[in-house]
Write a protein that binds this ligand. Structure first.
Ligand SMILES: NC(=O)c1ccc[n+]([C@@H]2O[C@H](COP(=O)([O-])OP(=O)(O)OC[C@H]3O[C@@H](n4cnc5c(N)ncnc54)[C@H](O)[C@@H]3O)[C@@H](O)[C@H]2O)c1
Length: 419
């Protein structure tokens, strides 16, 4: 029998408690064993462990956890801007790491992580679950097959609806300091998909972005939904009491750290854009037109690869005001030769079925990774750098090279020798 990997969960919010908590305890028990939970808010960690049905030590002090529990693996599910601190300490203590996306939020933090990985020889995986969606795998196979010739441009548009999109504006994500903006927090998924699909690195980004709907642009505001006098008239009123897990993880524990799960989406001080477009030029010559909108009646994306010999196109939804067939359709068009309609069945599990496949790849030893879906620190870094460049371009009004974001001091060579 293989020895189980002893892991510690750091960050016991919704993502940690579900994706990397209860699911692993219940469905990956043959591979991993949860040995401790760490959270700055120990009341939330206690609620989390109760939900998981486990009885493991809870720590506020991560250094102590590392010294006492000596985990083989640390899974990082904290606020984005804190990932680097946890990752570096974990690797220095001899643990491998799985980090939730985005890997981190600034170029300096990326450098700290790459440096720690190099010094310690430990491995960092980044949870890019969308790569593992069966539709993404099919598109990657088609691109690899050369059926549309070399790709010259990509159209990629991502839509967040009034529920999921709004959720980012209720919490810490609404501030650049915490999330790097949605160009980093959310688009890290999309930029990573592009980098992986194209097998290349972004070189220059030119972007526009603005806050047009949430924050100070909203028609009315309060502090939080639960106490708001506008709850009967606001379209964005959100009752966390209707979700027992959210209520348990966030409501009472907010008395410890002031982190409320239903803060007003129209708070005056929100400083991230909600409407973003970017053009990205890749090293291999491909040009991408990208957009991200956050208050749509649909949740999903449209993507098309335009090649010298044809086009691959897909429209895929996670929520939409119509009934979708029980499969996603990929259109493969060869120039001068009609269309082939490829149907990929829907898979259960989050992120179009990507979450389960990702966890199998990271936790079950020896799985074949033909499509190179497993993503390490280099992929984590590249997608974050692309987001930082996009935000910078939108703020300065000029195109931004990735090498400028990275800084001239070290060039990009650090990244070049990172797996
Ligand atoms: N891959 C995906 O598709 C996906 C989906 C959802 C969330 N996520 C990621 O998961 C992470 C967590 O998301 P969430 O919604 O659960 O966030 P959350 O804010 O609700 O939970 C984070 C928890 O981390 C704790 N924390 C913060 N800093 C800490 C530190 N330095 N040490 C210990 N604990 C700390 C907080 O107290 C909180 O309990 C984020 O990075 C997010 O981007 C990824």
């Amino acid at each position: 029998m293989l020895k189980k990997t002893r892991y510690a969960l750091v960050g016991s919010g919704h993502r940690g408690t579900t994706m990397w908590g209860r699911d692993l305890v219940e469905r990956w028990a043959g591979e991993v064993e949860l040995v401790a939970i760490c959270d700055l808010n120990t009341m939330r960690a206690e609620r989390s462990s109760r939900y998981m049905g486990v009885s493991v030590p809870i720590y506020r002090d991560f250094d102590r956890l590392l010294a006492v529990e000596k985990p083989d693996l640390v899974i990082v599910c904290t606020k984005d801007s804190t990932h680097d601190g946890v990752i570096v300490k974990a690797m220095e203590a001899g643990a491998n790491v799985i980090s939730e996306k985005p890997m981190t939020t600034t170029a300096d933090k990326i450098k700290r992580i790459l440096d720690a990985e190099r010094r310690t020889g430990k491995r960092l995986d980044v949870s890019f679950n969308y790569r593992f969606a069966p539709t993404a795998a099919k598109i990657k196979e088609l691109l690899n097959s050369g059926v549309i010739g070399s790709v010259t441009s990509v159209d990629f548009h991502w839509y967040l609806n009034t529920s999921h999109g709004a959720d980012y504006f209720r919490r810490w994500h609404a501030f650049t300091e915490n999330s790097g903006s949605l160009f980093v927090h959310k688009a890290t998924h999309h930029f990573d998909l592009l980098n992986w699909y194209l097998g290349s690195d972004p070189q220059t980004v030119s972007a526009f972005a603005d806050l047009k709907h949430y924050g100070h642009k909203g028609p009315l505001r309060g502090e939080r939904c639960r106490t708001c006098r506008h709850k009967h008239e606001c379209d964005y009123y959100f009752d966390i009491g209707k979700d027992r897990l959210l209520e348990s993880l966030y409501e009472d524990p907010s008395s410890v750290d002031g982190y409320v799960r239903d803060a007003c989406v129209f708070r005056e001080d929100i400083d991230i854009p909600d409407t973003m477009v970017a053009n990205i030029h890749y090293k291999n010559g491909v040009d991408v037109a990208y957009s991200l909108n956050t208050y749509m009646p649909i949740e999903g994306h449209h993507i098309a690869f335009n090649g010298q010999k044809g086009r691959i196109e897909m429209r895929q939804y996670e929520a939409q005001p119509w009934t979708e067939p029980p499969a996603d359709e990929i259109l493969l068009m060869r120039n001068f030769d009609g269309v082939e309609r490829i149907w990929v069945p829907h898979f259960s599990g989050g992120h179009y079925g990507g979450d389960d496949r990702l966890r199998n790849m990271l936790l079950k030893p020896g799985l074949n990774d033909e499509l190179q879906q497993r993503a390490g620190s280099r992929a984590g870094a590249m997608s974050v750098l692309c987001g930082i460049a996009a935000l910078k371009s939108s703020r300065t009004g000029v195109p931004v090279a990735i090498s400028d974001v990275w800084g001239d001091d070290q060039g990009l060579h650090l990244l070049d020798s990172t797996p």
